[in-house]
Design a protein around this ligand. Structure first.
Ligand code: BES
Ligand code: ZN
Ligand code: ZN
Length: 483
């Protein structure tokens, strides 16, 4: 989809549809004065009241060049923010593209502050995404062009929104691919191609290198799969020598398929476990945006990519593995594999010189029980870094909720035969998983995002297709930009 920003009066905009946001309280902006009767009728009939999610369409609107005028609900004016706008644009895009609109204009003029231009173009790019790559014929239609009508001063923000929207869709494409296509090797290939396109340094550790280094925890997970593992790295260096000694490390769980291993998962819903690499894909998407938006801090992303399978070579419950850190782990449940691959990546990230670590992982079903599909669960060993991550998430409208991680939870991970067990029993499952990671973060400031409940939409939303959400890409990009 082509995206452009134009500064024009509403009546001159040429498009299949031009959309204007109307609030619950307002009549209509002065630019629509030729259409006040239509809008008055809509409101009087109750067909359109300005609530979020509403949309009404008029063909051949008097005095406008556009073929259609649509009004979209903006909700209550005092509740309005970029997140509301992002959704309103996404909703309009998804509704109007299905009606055959190819060229859609969004009139932002009056408002047009930077954050709004950014959110509007993001909403359009996200709303236009369809997970239909593998359908030979699909009912879903697409926009060809999105035009934002806004002041020229919004151009920088518009560009940022375009980059962020495209980065999220890049992530969503990766997550949506089935596991027979998106193997660890393919994920590394995609990262390599992307890195070359945007100018990032790419490296990958293969199985023999990992064995040499002693990544026994990760290798124990991947040993049951015919697909070789890959530890993917992307490095970003700021164009100017950085003023800070800080070095941000982004670590993302890249389990391309999680059967559970010998502690096998139930068949029902297992197909969804192709999204168990959503944390890794979010890091790759964030790095794509970071390469283009050029923050002032060096950033390294690490994506441990493996497949968790069953078979005669698979690891068994009770196996004891030695992690890169030297700590030994008793694998009491092979389905708690995400933490096993992440800890070797966290240790390696510290060896690479990362001073601050943030990880994202579809780590536990327990976080879905705790927070549903709305909030990301956030855990930390460092309140200052937590505050930074929460501020970035809030600014980007990605709901995040801090969870406890006191030392009282440590006992959950006791093992009779090794330094640590990889599971913590029935209760507080998201916390014991996070605590396991914490044991390997050491003194390095670290924040963990459990995105198991937020990385996948079981049902489509008016503004977003069913499937991968691309969650956390915006938060990590903003974290680096605001450092
Ligand atoms: N990938 C799953 C977590 C998950 C669950 C992600 C639901 C998305 C949706 C993870 O590897 C896992 O299986 N965790 C287990 C841990 C348990 C064995 C301690 C879980 O949550 O059940
Ligand atoms: Zn698992
Ligand atoms: Zn998993």
């Amino acid at each position: 989809m082509e995206t452009t920003l134009v500064s024009q009066s509403l009546d001159r905009v040429e498009a299949d549809a031009v959309v204007v946001l109307l609030f619950e309280e307002d009549g209509a902006p002065a630019e629509l004065k030729g259409l006040t009767e239509w809008i008055g009728e809509l409101r009087a009939s109750g067909e359109f009241t300005g609530k979020t999610g509403e949309l009404a369409v008029l063909h051949q609107p008097a005095g406008l060049k556009a073929k259609r005028l649509a009004v979209a609900g903006g909700g209550k004016k005092d509740k309005f923010d970029p997140a509301v706008l992002r959704r309103a644009v996404g909703t309009a895009v998804r509704a109007l593209k299905q009606k055959g609109v190819k060229k859609l204009a969004w009139w932002l003029a009056g408002a047009g502050a930077g954050a709004e231009a950014e959110a509007a173009v993001e909403g359009a790019i996200l709303g236009n995404f369809e997970p239909d790559r593998h359908k030979t014929s699909s009912d879903a239609k697409s926009l060809e062009a999105f035009i934002l009508v806004a002041p020229d001063s919004a151009r920088g923000a518009f560009e940022r929104g375009r980059i962020l929207g495209e980065a999220q869709n890049f992530t969503r494409e990766l997550v949506n691919e089935p596991a027979n296509i998106m193997t660890p090797t393919r994920l590394a290939d995609r990262a390599r191609t992307m890195a070359a396109e945007v100018g990032l340094q790419f490296e990958v550790l293969d199985e023999s290198r990992m064995r040499q280094l002693g990544m026994g925890s990760l290798l124990g997970v991947s040993q049951g799969s015919a697909e070789p593992p890959a530890m993917i790295f992307l490095r970003y260096k700021p164009p100017q020598p950085p003023a800070t000694k800080d070095h941000l490390g982004l670590v993302g769980k890249g389990v391309t398929f999680d059967t559970g291993g010998v502690s096998i998962k139930p068949a029902d819903g297992m197909e969804k476990m192709k999204y168990d690499m959503a944390g890794g894909a979010a890091m790759l998407g964030a790095m794509r945006a970071i390469a283009q938006l050029k923050p002032a801090i060096p950033v390294t992303a690490l994506v441990p990519a493996v497949e968790n399978m069953v078979g005669s070579k698979a690891q068994r419950p009770g196996d004891i593995v030695t992690s890169l850190s030297g700590k030994t782990i008793e694998v009491l449940n092979t389905d708690a594999e995400g933490r096993l691959i992440l800890v070797d990546a966290l240790t390696y990230a510290q060896r690479l010189g990362c001073t601050h670590l943030v990880d994202a992982a579809t780590l536990t079903g327990a976080i879905v029980v705790a927070l549903g599909n709305v909030n990301i669960g956030v855990f930390t060993n460092n309140d200052a870094l937590l505050a930074r991550v929460l501020a970035a998430a809030k600014a980007e409208g990605e709901k995040s909720w801090p969870m406890p991680l006191d030392d009282d939870y440590k006992d959950l991970l006791k093992s009779a035969f090794a330094d640590l067990a990889n599971i913590g029993g029935r209760w507080g499952g998201a916390i014991s998983a996070a605590y396991f990671l914490k044991e390997f973060a050491g003194d390095t400031p670290w924040v963990h995002l459990d995105i198991a409940g937020t990385a996948w939409l079981d049902e489509s939303k008016p503004f977003l297709a069913k499937g991968p959400s691309g969650v956390a890409v915006r938060t990590f990009t903003r974290l680096a930009l605001d450092w």
